[in-house]
Design a protein around this ligand. Structure first.
Ligand code: ZN
Length: 316
């Protein structure tokens, strides 16, 4: 992912421009790296859908409990590298890595640029996401959508649809992070070849709506917890408690058409039983930053009217 460029004046009076990009590799770990000057000023399109990217000369610093990088002026930024390491990461990304939840090494706003969490992906309505999904090539596209939760799928063919599953929490060899593979009914992990520590993870189907369209999206653990404002542990406790499934569904219904959400949505082609079709999923959800969203709407209005967005520019 990448964030918009950010211009500011340094303590010694220099005009600087920086831009943060978020990089990840096949250890399912991500880190924010700051680019400076001309590299940062390049058009957004330069950074869109650019897998893999090679960085050389990154200074890594600890900041606010996380680690983040800064590309040195003498360093290198190379897109679409054919190096074997780059191809390995590319393969991981296209074969499911893009859908994996990543462990972030960097705290949000690591560079202190404007603070807040900028949404990744390009802003789109649900209708635009639908249109893009029908024209997907081999690339993975990410979008940022403002919408509301309308419905959670709680039944499938008359049966109660499970909202969570038990995932293996045994540390993986090499990086020590939780394995997160789905366990079978006896609690056995086929990947670790044992029954060890486990934790519930949410995996739900949500119907999201905006002013023009609606979409059913598979919504993964972190995003699902944020959409429902409920942890997987809490959901499981409620379902197994006195009120049972009915109590849990009542809590879900109370969330419908609540706060507007900013979703991270990913679209890619999947092959299932020899059939290729677009797969659109929600991997991130957070409350809408109303100020930012309001200014974006104002810019849209100005561009429709063909007027100068002076107020919108000043407000940025
Ligand atoms: Zn495991």
């Amino acid at each position: 992912g990448f964030r918009p460029p950010f211009a500011f004046t340094s303590k010694d009076g220099k005009e600087l421009v920086k831009r943060e990009i978020i990089v990840a590799d096949d250890t399912a770990t991500s880190m924010t790296v700051t680019l400076w000057g001309e590299r940062a000023k390049q058009d957004d399109s330069v950074f869109e859908k650019r897998v893999p990217v090679c960085l050389k000369g990154v200074l890594v610093k600890e900041w606010n409990g996380g680690r983040s990088g800064s590309l040195q002026e003498t360093g290198d930024l190379v897109f679409d590298s054919k190096l074997p390491e780059a191809q390995r990461v590319q393969q991981w990304w296209s074969q499911g890595g893009a859908n994996q939840s990543l462990v972030a090494l960097s705290q949000d706003g690591a560079g202190g640029a404007g603070g807040g969490r900028a949404p990744s992906g390009k802003a789109a309505t649900l209708e635009e996401v639908r249109q893009h999904a029908e024209m997907l090539g081999t690339s993975v596209e990410t979008f940022s959508c403002v919408c509301r939760l309308a419905l959670v799928q709680t039944k499938k063919q008359g049966e109660a649809q499970p909202l969570s599953y038990m995932a293996c929490q045994e540390p993986k060899e090499g990086n020590g992070r939780p394995c997160n593979r789905r366990l079978d009914e006896s609690g056995f992990c086929a990947s670790c070849n044992r029954a060890g520590k486990a934790a519930p993870r949410l995996n739900i189907r949500c119907r999201f709506v905006d002013f023009g369209d609606s979409a059913w999206l598979t919504t993964f653990h972190e995003a699902a917890q944020s959409v429902l404002e409920l942890s997987a542990d809490e959901a499981k406790c409620i379902e197994q408690g006195e009120g049972g499934r009915e109590a849990l569904e009542g809590i879900l219904r109370a969330k419908y058409f609540g706060q507007p959400l900013q979703l991270g949505v990913r679209a890619k082609l999947d092959t299932y039983n020899g059939d290729t079709r677009p797969n659109v999923t929600c991997f991130d959800a957070r409350p809408v930053q109303r100020g930012v969203h309001g200014r974006a709407l104002l810019r849209d209005i100005h561009s429709m009217l063909g007027t100068t967005p002076a107020a919108a520019m000043a407000a940025q």
